[in-house]
Design a protein. Structure first.
Length: 319
């Protein structure tokens, strides 16, 4: 319920999963600075669902971050115009809010409810994930899907729908990282996975968890008429499988642009709890994960397959 004495920031991010996490973290930082409760609405993003169907909020943030359903709010957007009512049917907003409108984050605004509804990726997403823990049923699903991969595989992600990747050249540049090893290839494009299987399948132990790929160039997070639950489970399986690897290769899309999904997976890899434990896939400080890897001789765990002109170069990175 809406408390008349409290102030809120409704975060309704747009874009894919990394955009969702990055924008929630930006919204949280504003809410914390100016004493607002952050209300999370993930249905405007590619998730198209309640984030807390898949995650629990860690105890440290209880009461300061809340779900839309917990508040009893109903929010929708028509032609970019955002409408919202509370449990009593009263409008939430004192002014009109539109998607992609960005208010001044350096100012403490008087509105009882502010709205943050923009896309935008980067490197902040992992910090919001650190505030969450997987629902037990999701953790069990991920463990069943990822444990058979073992712990010594290399993971590679190719994004080739809304952003294009010269995966033929990129695979060639990264070959030294996966030949004669177990390699997990995840992609939103079945052509990329099929090419890898046909070209390198006899020179490595090829695996994939990707079940959402297609050939029509449509990004997963923009597809309509899809099974939301199965799509999101597939997305989370790919994300945590990429991040549970011994090492990951982040492949640039053309124009030296990083895929946010691979960036998020790399950040998770540096913090993730091992698949075999009760806290599997939870995120913690970077130190324990780093020293576990170092004890196994893995000085470098994250590689970037960087696009420069028409060429790709594979190198370790601390990004």
């Amino acid at each position: 319920m809406t408390d008349p004495s409290s102030r809120y920031l409704l975060a309704r991010p747009l874009g894919g999963f990394n955009d969702l996490m990055c924008q929630l973290e930006l919204a949280w930082r504003y809410a914390r600075r100016f004493g607002r409760t952050l209300v999370v609405d993930a249905k405007g993003s590619g998730l198209r669902d309640d984030l807390f169907r898949y995650y629990l909020l860690r105890d440290d943030f209880a009461g300061r971050i809340r779900s839309l359903s917990e508040m009893g709010w109903t929010v929708s957007a028509t032609d970019g115009l955002i409408a919202g009512v509370d449990a009593n049917g009263q409008s939430l907003f004192e002014r009109a809010w539109r998607e992609k409108h960005v208010f001044d984050h350096m100012t403490d605004h008087p509105d009882q409810v502010l709205v943050h509804a923009t896309p935008g990726g980067g490197d902040l997403g992992v910090h919001f994930l650190e505030k969450l823990s997987l629902q037990d049923w999701v953790r069990d699903h991920l463990r069943d899907s990822i444990a058979p991969l073992g712990t010594r595989y290399t993971s590679i992600h190719i994004r080739n729908t809304d952003m294009q990747t010269d995966y033929v050249t990129a695979f060639r540049a990264a070959a030294g990282r996966f030949l004669n090893r177990t390699v997990l290839v995840c992609s939103d494009d079945s052509n990329a996975i099929q090419y890898f299987r046909e070209t390198y399948g006899d020179r490595c132990d090829f695996r994939t968890t990707s079940s959402l790929r297609n050939t029509d160039g449509t990004a997963i997070h923009t597809r309509e008429n899809r099974d939301v639950l199965q799509t999101n489970l597939g997305l989370l399986t790919d994300l945590y499988a990429l991040a549970s690897a011994a090492r990951i290769c982040m492949v640039d899309t053309q124009g030296t642009k990083r895929s946010g999904f691979a960036v998020l997976a790399a950040h998770i890899l540096r913090r993730i709890a091992p698949v075999g434990g009760a806290d599997a896939f939870d995120l913690g400080p970077r130190g324990p994960a780093y020293f576990r890897a170092l004890s196994r001789g893995r000085l470098f765990r994250v590689y970037r397959v960087r696009n420069v002109g028409s060429r790709y170069f594979c190198h370790p990175t601390y990004e």
